[in-house]
Structure formats: structure tokens, C-alpha cells
Design a protein around this ligand. Structure first.
Ligand code: OKP
Ligand code: ZN
Length: 343
């Protein structure tokens, strides 16, 4: 399967993640790329560098002031004389004003962040640009040829909302790709999110719209990040009513039960006459993922790819999570090869 990847994705090399009360080396590390590329090449897939699409497709789904903030945060943080990486430590919480963006970079950080797990550092913006370019290159290829494609996006995107970063995400690659497909003439696009974590950003961006059907299978937010979105009763609003589908599943969910939920998601995608399938492919549903709690074995990813192919739609896969670095490449390529075998 033709793979799109930008070397700029390597430019983010964060040193710190606030995890369980300590600053640790980030789970979302550049080494993830190497393992995926190794297995992509072993499978004989061509790897193509995407063209630079600029900020136009980003502004189509993200707030312009948010995008400027991401671009200027690191130099502003350094100019303020801070030693470590840029990490928010205060938010416009319920008891305070959320209608005002403070002048200080520290105030802006809390305003534009949804968590403290994701530090901003040198190269973050450039890596996010490369990541969304890979997504755009892949979806453009699928639009032109009907052939499936894979974007090795890094950093991931599905937690990024219209004006917030977090959960290791800055630009919402899936939303950017879906909007690009709509602008190219598709009437309805399905985004199927199989990452262990709920794609809160993708949900937020399309929540009131019926031209994108968002369906997500994920760890129950009662007990799992991102906690404050991803419940089954979030079904869309206004014209988007019925076009948002959440399948929260308990930690330890069996692959069989997960596949049953997938059947429901695919049935909705089929019923709503979607013309393109974008898969937010997180392989953190793997049994040994260090921050997740589903039970996929490497071989199960083949069956997942096969089942997705049976939907019969033009399909673009976008990389999201997956933190069992040793197995990330096998698991991703198993999905893609399962898909190819069945299509
Ligand atoms: C990103 B993606 C570990 C707790 C969770 C954020 C998880 C982000 C996952 N410190 N931290 O959906 O794979
Ligand atoms: Zn995840």
C-alpha cells in the first residue's frame, strides 16, 4: 500500500511528558516512526514524500489564532526565559473566564491546551506540518486513484480540537484530510477511529455536521483518557444529529466484543452512504501497549484490516497512537496487508 511520510515528522523530539506525577520521556517518541517504516519497507510498500500543502487545509478546520499560537509558542516561551519545555499548568477552569485569551504565553498555553501530557518544544510545529502533509498526500492519492493509502502521521492528530492541543496531538490530521476530501467533491466522508483513546478532537470538529460521520471505538472515558468526551450519548447536534457514534468499551474488552462493536460502526457507515473511509489507525489497542487496556494480539490486526476492506470503500489510513514501540510496525503493517488481501 502506497505510504506517505514526511521526514519533518522527526523534528519533534520532546524530552518531557507529565505522566503519573513525574516528568518522563514521552511515549509518543520519534523511534515509533523507524519501526513502522522498517516493516513498511519489508512489506515492499513504496514510501512517498508528500508535497507541502501549506496552512490552507489547516485553517479549514482549525482556528487561525490557535494555529498562530502553535507556531509562536516555543519562541515566545524561550523569550520568556523558561528553562524546560512548554507545559501548561493552569486552565480557564469552570470558575474562571474562558472568553479571554491572556497576553502571556503561559496564559495562552492553558487556553489552547486540553491537558498537561503534551509539551511543546522546538520542532513541534514543523513536525505537525509534516504530519498533516502526509495525511493530505495520502487522501489526495486515494481521491485520484480510488486506491487505498497509508499516511505515517507523527505526531498523531485525533485529540486536537478546533482550537486545542493535547493527547500528543496538535493538528487533527483526520479532520484535515476529511475536509480536503469534501472540498474535492465528496459528499460524505466517514472517519472511523480505532485508536484506544476517544478521538475527542475529530468529534468536536464535526459534531454539528452531517457531511462527516464520526465513529469511534475506545476505552470507556469513565476510566480512560480523555475522560470528558467519548460517551455513548454523544450522538451529534443540530444537522449533525445521528452522525456521531461512540462505542466506549471497558478495559480488557475481548477482541470478539471489540469486533462486534466494529460491526455496528461499519453498519452505520454503510447506511449513511459515505463515499470515502478515513481510518484513524491507532494500534494502541495492542495487548502490550504501555498506556492502554485492550487485548489485540498482532495477528488480530490482520483480521481488522480484512474486515475494513469488506466495507468496499475508497480508504485512507492515518497513523494515530501505538506505544509498544517494538511491535508497532508489525501491527500497522498487519492491518494494511489484511486490507490489501481482502480488497
Ligand atoms: C494519544 B493517542 C498517560 C496517560 C494518557 C495521554 C494519552 C494520549 C494518547 N500519561 N496520556 O490517542 O494514542
Ligand atoms: Zn491512543
Amino acid at each position: 500500500m502506497l505510504t506517505f511520510f514526511s521526514e519533518d515528522s522527526r523534528l519533534r523530539r520532546a524530552r518531557t511528558e507529565l505522566h503519573d506525577g513525574a516528568l518522563v520521556s514521552p511515549f509518543e517518541c520519534p523511534e515509533r516512526i523507524d519501526l513502522v517504516l522498517r516493516h513498511i519497507r519489508q512489506a515492499g510498500f513504496e514510501v512517498r514524500t508528500p508535497e507541502a500543502y501549506g496552512l490552507g487545509p489547516v485553517h479549514a478546520v482549525h482556528d487561525a489564532d490557535y494555529v498562530s499560537f502553535l507556531e509562536t509558542c516555543w519562541p515566545s516561551w524561550q523569550a520568556a526565559g523558561h528553562e524546560g519545555e512548554a507545559i501548561p499548568n493552569i486552565w480557564p477552569a469552570r470558575s474562571m473566564r474562558s472568553d479571554h485569551v491572556p497576553r502571556s504565553v503561559s496564559g495562552k498555553l492553558g487556553y489552547y491546551a486540553l491537558g498537561a501530557d503534551t509539551s511543546l518544544c522546538e520542532g513541534t510545529f514543523s513536525a505537525a506540518m509534516g504530519s498533516k502533509d502526509a495525511a493530505l498526500g495520502a487522501v489526495a492519492h486515494t481521491l485520484h486513484t480510488q486506491a487505498p493509502s497509508f499516511a505515517l502521521c507523527r505526531p498523531p492528530g485525533h485529540h486536537a480540537a478546533s482550537d486545542q492541543f493535547g493527547g500528543y496531538c496538535f493538528f487533527n490530521n483526520a479532520a484535515i484530510a476529511a475536509q480536503y476530501a469534501l472540498d474535492a467533491g465528496k459528499r460524505r466522508v466517514a472517519v472511523l477511529d480505532v485508536d484506544f483513546h476517544h478521538g475527542n478532537g475529530t468529534q468536536e470538529i464535526f459534531y454539528t455536521r452531517n457531511d462527516v460521520l464520526f465513529a469511534s471505538l475506545h476505552g470507556d472515558p469513565e476510566v480512560t483518557f480523555p475522560y470528558y468526551l467519548g460517551y455513548a450519548d454523544e450522538t451529534g447536534a443540530g444537522e449533525g444529529q445521528g452522525y456521531n457514534l461512540n462505542f466506549p468499551l471497558p478495559p480488557g474488552t475481548s477482541v470478539a466484543a471489540w469486533m462486534q462493536a466494529l460491526e455496528q460502526a461499519l453498519a452505520a457507515i454503510q447506511a449513511q452512504e459515505c463515499e470515502l473511509l478515513i481510518v484513524s489507525l491507532g494500534v494502541d489497542i495492542f495487548e502490550d501497549d504501555p498506556i492502554s487496556a485492550f487485548t489485540f494480539k498482532s495477528a488480530d490486526f490482520i483480521a481488522l484490516g480484512e474486515r475494513l476492506a469488506q466495507a468496499g470503500l475508497p480508504t485512507t489510513f492515518l497513523m494515530e497512537g501505538g506505544y509498544a514501540v517494538e511491535e508497532i510496525g508489525v501491527n500497522v503493517v498487519n492491518v494494511l496487508q489484511g486490507f490489501e488481501r481482502e480488497s
